[in-house]
Ligand binder design. Sequence first.
Ligand SMILES: NC(=O)c1ccc[n+]([C@@H]2O[C@H](COP(=O)([O-])OP(=O)(O)OC[C@H]3O[C@@H](n4cnc5c(N)ncnc54)[C@H](O)[C@@H]3O)[C@@H](O)[C@H]2O)c1
Length: 444
Amino acid sequence: MSGSREPIGVIGTGYVGLVTAAGFAELGNDVRCIDIDEAKIEGLQQGRIPIWEPGLEDLVAHHRARMHFSTNIADALEHTRLLFVAVGTPPTYSGDADLSAVHAVVDAMPASDRHALVMKSTVPVGTGDSIKRAFAERGKGGFRYVSCPEFLKEGSAVKDFLEPDRVVVGDDGDWAGDAVVELYSPLDAPLVRTDIRSAEMVKLASNAFLATKISFINEIANVCEETGADVIEVARGMGLDDRIGPKFLQAGIGFGGSCFPKDVAALKQLAGNSGYHFQLLNSVIEVNELQKRRVMSKLQKYLGSLVGKEIALLGLAFKPNTDDMREASSLVLSARLQAAGANVRAYDPVAEHEARKLIRGVEFAGSAAEAIEGADAIVLVTEWPEFADLDFGDVATAMRGTLVVDGRNFLDREGVAAAGLSYEGIGRPAATRTPAPVAQFGGE
Ligand SMILES: NC(=O)c1ccc[n+]([C@@H]2O[C@H](COP(=O)([O-])OP(=O)(O)OC[C@H]3O[C@@H](n4cnc5c(N)ncnc54)[C@H](O)[C@@H]3O)[C@@H](O)[C@H]2O)c1
């Protein structure tokens, strides 16, 4: 692409920052990447990518000449006018977003009429206004502010950057908003240009809606279990209605990750702090917490007491194609299993390194086969593609028991049953019949 594209700064080189930086480098922008983590920056300078994200390593390697890594924010201030902020905003104990990293960045900004902060981090509605107020009070009123929330999904983040469903730009209608719109223009995505508060709310409301969809289908799954319906069939039938759509209707053992749990909690808190009780979100959160624990009752139904039982966990990351363990269902599950006296052996194709930092007392296996050996029960926690290839004849031979709990309704239910194993999905009866495909009536 042309060399005339505007150089930009990206502050924070985590999942969002590094993908944003590499994505803009792909579009032809020179990118100054800043992080306070010296080890991370040193690694990046030597070409080491700190996270597991498909396609990212190649993209960074390809655009090495356009990507500059430093711990010194002056480097970005000197070479760029637009500073994308992609620092973490983790939850506090109250559920409010912890904005200390955002404030550290704001505090580090000098008085300037030629710079703008472009907020990619997910922040409560009103954050932009309070940052603008802080700038004004400190004689830095010339500093511009743009809200540009990020919607990428870990596991497909590079593709999501390059092919976004939409770009949302919330600003005051000045040069900075125009410049951000211009930066994204090669992507040819639908643009929502709006005020800062609305842009901030688009992000929180989108994640809260998706989380609501998941908790809704999980509750339907639980009712399916009581009534003999199959949630897979139900979701298929619902999803063909284009007012509903098929996405985020996969029942399972709850949502996790670095965004949904914290953003739902943050929106609930934001509403509460503003005097509004967001009743629906309370239920979304509660259903999700209970859903993570449902595996326990399924195991106990077959095995009785779990004391001394060998349980194999397949997958630990909060979803496939990432090594992110933040708020993963496996954290709750492994702790509950151990509290109930079970011995837990776990395998994840890429998340073991991250998992070791957060999970205690679990034995880590180097392969699915190793995790399964001698197990009384298997629990599929993360639907990594490689688990679809398990040979259940071999699995049945290797196990001591016969129970397979499919926490993501991902495994071949009939294949499991044909190997003489007991299949327990989420919201599904045991394998007894082959459902008629919808396709015969005109198809999906
Ligand atoms: N991860 C996602 O899928 C995703 C998607 C959309 C939005 N978001 C939002 O984007 C933001 C970043 O998320 P993430 O997952 O990339 O976080 P992350 O924890 O992976 O990365 C944050 C980075 O910021 C750095 N940092 C912290 N304080 C800093 C400072 N003062 N100066 C420079 N660097 C600093 C950290 O060292 C870290 O490398 C969050 O607000 C998150 O909610 C995340």
